[in-house]
Design a protein around this ligand. Sequence first.
Ligand code: NIG
Ligand code: FE
Length: 403
Amino acid sequence: MRTLIAGIRQLVTPRGRGPVGGEKMNSLFVQDGVDILVEDGRIVRIAVGIPTRGIDNTIDAAGMIAMPGFVDPHTHAVFAGTREDEFLARVRGVRYDGGGILETMRAVRAASEETLAANARAHVRRMLAWGTTTVEIKSGYGLDVENEVKLLLALRRVRRNVPTRIVATFLGAHAFPPAMRRDDYISMIITEMIPTVRRRRLAQFCDVFCDEGFYTIAETRAILRAARGAGLRIKIHADELAPSGGAELAAELSATSADHLLCTSERGMRLMQAAGVVPVLLPGTAFTLHTEYAPARRMIALGLPVAIGTDFNPGTCLIYAMPIVIGLAVMRMGMTVEEAITAATLNAAAALELADEIGSIEEGKAADIILLDVDNYRQIPYFFGHNPVRAVICGGKTVYRAR
Ligand code: NIG
Ligand code: FE
């Protein structure tokens, strides 16, 4: 199957097969008037005036900006129930302490796998319409073997029903279930949950909420070592509520990413840089929690390959649109538009170990491409809250078109 994406007004993409850090985050490749030839879902040629001979299908991109599909590297998009009371209490000044996770746990335990899948599918569809072609989704609202497995099986169902690439992360260590001793739950994670997740191939990553009031450094280390031993890749919810040493631990364990990082220390940032950990920043959460934003400028100055994501979840961030996250990154974290685009595509792909497959428009990569109706890419943060996405192409097929 040969598809031609024809007449693109301007192609805008970072380039590379791994994360790009520091100043290099500013250098996007920009070319006017190109066509993209796709064969069996893969980009095989990018050039001006590709002949239409032997083409099975043409996608008209006249007047559009083409960019790599957004990669959202951090969400909790499989859940049931809502928490608007907690949200409104916070607006009145109540501090977030993660207690609401157990409220969502109760709703999830009461919901069927089908309901959870239907909920998640609806979220993923809405994300697709805003240009997200790959999304990472964490479990973590089940907090026992049966319900964590149910969440991950729901994700497996969603994957069969959407064009979006879904990366599943096991986050059994998201909170402590009531009526169970802390140590007993941690040994259940290590001796039952992780082996089950691995044996049934339910997730690619294991994550831990390492923070004040949640998992300690020692507990996080024990869980993630077991996960690594079982062949899972690792991530850490680090320094979201307090400077808890999560970034330092991510470096020690060579985690793929450390996420949130609202309160990370200078030392933590330097260690992550030395260890090749991708920092995943989630400005929608700082916005929703009324907190300081992560020190993106300092990280980029240190050469770190900053990635950004939504953190979409029922408690701390209901934003699911990557163009809005790009707007917050620019307006609230001081990132340049170019850095924010690199962070939302190539570096986000690296945070999922997928940078050799997606995250940029380059020959050899999967043809996950979005077509935007803006005069130039610098208008993406400027038109904050407007959806610039007109069409979404996954693996060379048009899977969404705006009416
Ligand atoms: O990323 N920090 C932990 N987990 C989520 C929030 C979970 C919730 O409150 O439901 C987060 O902010
Ligand atoms: Fe999170």
